[in-house]
Design a protein around this ligand. Structure first.
Ligand code: UDP
Length: 460
């Protein structure tokens, strides 16, 4: 841990686990390098500051002083919204309150060196930072390959790839190999133009920033990083995987559920368990849920499955499973509402990760050398899945459109028996590459040194 610098970095995460977690990991990296950190956060998905005692947390007031209007981001209103509508509402609701909260942060004892905002907040955060004379860097929580695809949206629209037509799903996007049209990072929404607007604001906001911090590493995404860099023309700092920095931090406190999960994993054979989780946002239909349940049972492999409350549309948790299902599986399978995924993936009992291919999950799996079964649901997950399967060759695809119990059984057995011809071996090699990039003279460590100098140069 470096000596305190008397310098503060303000961070503004997007309030979803897949964005908040890497921002907090980055905060830890900066703190380790001697910076103080303030997290400005929304009241939507409020974080628990007691879990991160090194940082100052400030909630951005949602309504103007004295105003009593009902919160448009209340759980009851947002639960039925699609993700695009929710992000639009977050951006609208927090633009002005964020500007005021940021301005209130300057003038204290410590110099504010810069703002680090999630790329999705877009250009507004640049304007707010400029107003108070503070540099702004962008954190991109996704991979570089998917960002290249987002940056190409105007071209993809011009060339007729977007909006996606069902008759062309299998066609190669010649400008973005190896992506096929079905891999383009879109999402089902009632507001397609809104989606294009959010993506455009993210890309343009990144172009006018003082630099982009990437949670990726050079040996994984060298070509995509080069491609992005030539298009965006701002300094790049690929310092990932974030969660593998600072191994000297004290371990997190474990809940009773965490202990139960570890106990259960401890009883399983090495590399025998299928860990299934579809991230923090994706939801599935009841019929899909039942096919997954039967497919896992029929594969005859022990499984640990994260089923978030309301993950299955129209249900609270597991009530759509047939009567007696859970009792019958006994110790062969375990359903949980949430896990410490980093710990689960690092457990020697885990043999494969059935994932929706969110970027954090992808990196976390690679960093533990765990091969993946890929069922992408929306946006960048499609791009990540294509890279996992075709480029890095560390996983097999199980498309949502083909998710019946027979196919599930087949793919689970194939991956667990490593019929993908060395999936695990290749994954372990990638894990080694990540370790090399993070080592003292590796690319991620060098980029981190450059990032620290860059941030310090803002107020000199
Ligand atoms: N995660 C977790 N426990 C769970 C499910 C997810 O800790 O039971 C974490 C996971 O480790 C990852 C994040 O939540 O860091 C999910 O991010 P990702 O980019 O994979 O997917 P998203 O949730 O954004 O779709």
């Amino acid at each position: 841990m470096e000596e305190r610098k008397g310098k503060r970095i303000i961070m503004f995460p997007l309030p979803f686990p897949g964005h908040f977690n890497p921002m907090i990991q980055l905060a830890g990296i900066f703190h380790h390098r001697g910076f103080s950190v303030t997290i400005l956060h929304t009241s939507f998905n409020l974080p628990d500051p007691s879990l991160h005692p090194h940082f100052t947390f400030r909630t951005i007031p949602h309504n103007k002083e004295g105003e009593e209007e009902e919160d448009p981001l209340s759980k009851s209103k947002t639960s039925s919204m699609d993700l695009v509508a929710l992000i639009r509402l977050l951006k609208q609701s927090y633009a002005e309150p964020f500007r005021q909260s940021l301005a209130a942060e300057v003038g204290g004892e410590e110099t504010v060196c810069c703002l680090v905002s999630d790329a999705i907040w877009g250009k507004n955060t640049e304007v707010a930072a400029e107003e108070i004379g503070v540099g702004r860097m962008v954190l991109r929580t996704g991979g570089a390959a998917s960002f290249c695809a987002f940056a190409a949206f105007p071209l993809l629209k011009d060339k007729g790839y977007l909006p996606i037509q069902d008759s062309r799903l299998e066609e190669l996007v010649t400008e973005l190999p190896p992506l096929k049209i079905k891999d383009l990072p879109v999402i089902e929404t009632n507001e397609p133009e809104e989606l294009y607007g959010i993506v455009n604001d993210m890309v343009e906001g990144a172009k006018i920033s003082s630099g982009i911090i990437w949670n990726t590493f050079e040996d994984l995404e060298r070509l995509s990083l080069m491609d992005c860099s030539s298009k965006l023309q701002v300094p790049f700092f690929h310092i990932g995987p974030f969660h593998k920095h600072n191994d000297d931090l004290p371990p997190k406190t474990k809940s009773k559920e965490d202990y139960e999960i570890t106990d259960w994993l401890n009883k399983q054979d090495s590399q025998s368990v299928v860990y299934a989780s579809f991230g923090s946002l994706a939801a599935i239909e009841e019929t899909e849920f039942l096919e997954i349940a039967w497919g896992l049972i029929n594969s005859e492999r022990p499984f640990l499955w994260v089923v978030r409350p309301r993950f299955v549309r129209g249900t609270e948790w597991l009530e759509s499973l047939p009567c007696g299902f859970i009792e019958n599986i006994g110790h062969k399978g375990k359903f949980v509402k949430w896990v410490n995924q980093l710990e689960v993936l690092a457990h020697p009992a885990v043999g494969a990760f059935w994932t929706h291919c969110g970027w954090n999950s992808t990196l976390e799996s690679i960093c533990e050398g765990v091969p993946m079964i890929c069922t992408p649901c929306f946006t960048d997950q499609h791009v990540n899945a294509r890279y996992i399967v075709d480029v890095w060759q560390v996983g097999m695809v199980l498309e949502r459109s083909n998710m019946n119990r027979k196919e599930i059984e087949k793919v689970v057995r194939s991956v667990m028996m490593d019929k993908g011809d060395g999936l695990r071996e290749r994954c372990l090699k990638l894990k080694e590459r990540a370790d090399v990039c993070l080592s003292k003279d590796g690319s991620s460590s060098k980029c981190l040194d450059e990032l620290v100098s860059h941030v310090l140069s803002f107020d000199s």
